[in-house]
Write a protein that binds this ligand. Structure first.
Ligand code: AMP
Length: 292
């Protein structure tokens, strides 16, 4: 039977006890409204860890627009079922009061290109909110493996860097993006798309494919690759592109000429909904390999 905790002290005591009994702990931080993408992280964690704790917390610190926070889908009862079915043993679902009391004045902030570009530039303060809540969740959970999706690739890179810089006792594990059959990356925000917007949305994945094809066919000028992605999205009137970019997969700087492990990333608005997606492509010794 899955156990559900709302209090920090209770989940901490449970995970401490598990480790004392020699069991390993896996952590899957989420904002709830769980779907097959989250389920894939839970299954990965359950394969490798004895105890799997899924956290469900819609973190106000990482939202810029109050409207986005207020309308974020909340489905805790079905989240608990999905977590259970996929091998989680614990759900930690704290209230905002439990996490932040009457407010926190301590913020964890990762500096440099990793947080300044792309999502960092489009959503000021977002990554401080993410870094702060993830540090707090790591502090609550204690030594563990933590599973994050490549769907939020910049977030994954930031969390990895933060855990290394602060010597946190957590092994950060990235997991591939789960997509619908038409290529759209699963996201809790997809439920907000109108039927027309939902039909238009897979163009983001096709744009990433066009960028990857461009790299594979030998383009080494980042501008050419960005243009290929932009052109792919431009044909879809319901989508307003926020950015299309190609960066080094770990530093998020843009190498020119392009080389090594690259990440293509896009963000766009469809009506009121903002979607992001990304794809890996590697250039090594003249050979080009496409990632997930
Ligand atoms: P969220 O609830 O959106 O904050 O996401 C919680 C975790 O699930 C993050 O590590 C996400 O990157 C991951 N995730 C969200 N969507 C997907 C997906 N389609 N495939 C894989 N992981 C995902």
């Amino acid at each position: 039977m899955i156990e559900v905790f709302e209090a920090i002290a209770d989940v901490r005591a449970h995970l401490d006890r598990a480790r004392r009994d020699g069991r390993t702990v896996g952590l899957v931080p989420t904002m709830g409204a769980l779907h097959e993408g989250h389920a894939s992280l839970v299954r990965r964690a359950a394969e490798a860890c004895d105890v799997v704790c899924v956290t469900v917390f819609v973190n106000p610190l990482q939202f810029g627009e109050p409207e986005d926070l207020d309308s974020y889908p909340r489905t805790l009862a079905t989240d608990i079922l999905l977590a259970d079915e996929n091998g989680a043993t614990v759900v930690f679902a704290p209230t905002v009061q439990e996490m932040y009391g009457d407010g926190t004045v301590t913020t964890v902030s990762v500096a440099g290109p990793l947080t300044e570009v792309l999502e960092g530039a489009s959503r000021p303060g977002h990554f401080d909110g993410v870094a702060t809540v993830v540090t707090k969740l790591f502090a609550i959970a204690g030594p563990c493996r933590a599973y994050f999706g490549e769907k939020d690739y910049q977030q994954l890179a930031i969390v990895r860097r933060m855990a290394a810089d602060l010597s946190l006792p957590v092994e950060v594990i990235g997991c591939p993006t789960v997509r619908d059959d038409d290529g759209l990356a699963l996201s809790s925000r997809n439920v907000r798309l109108s039927p027309e917007e939902r039909r238009a949305a897979p163009v983001l994945h096709r744009a990433l494919g066009a960028g990857a094809d461009c790299v594979r066919s030998g383009a080494t000028d980042p501008g050419v690759v960005v243009d290929a992605m932009t052109a792919a999205v431009a044909g879809e009137p319901l989508i307003a592109l926020d950015y299309a970019a190609v960066v080094d997969a770990s530093t998020f700087a843009t190498p020119a000429p392009l080389h090594g492990d690259l990440r293509l990333l896009v963000a766009a608005r469809l009506g009121k909904t903002r979607l992001i997606d990304n794809l890996g492509v590697t250039v090594s010794d003249g050979t080009h390999r496409r990632g997930k």
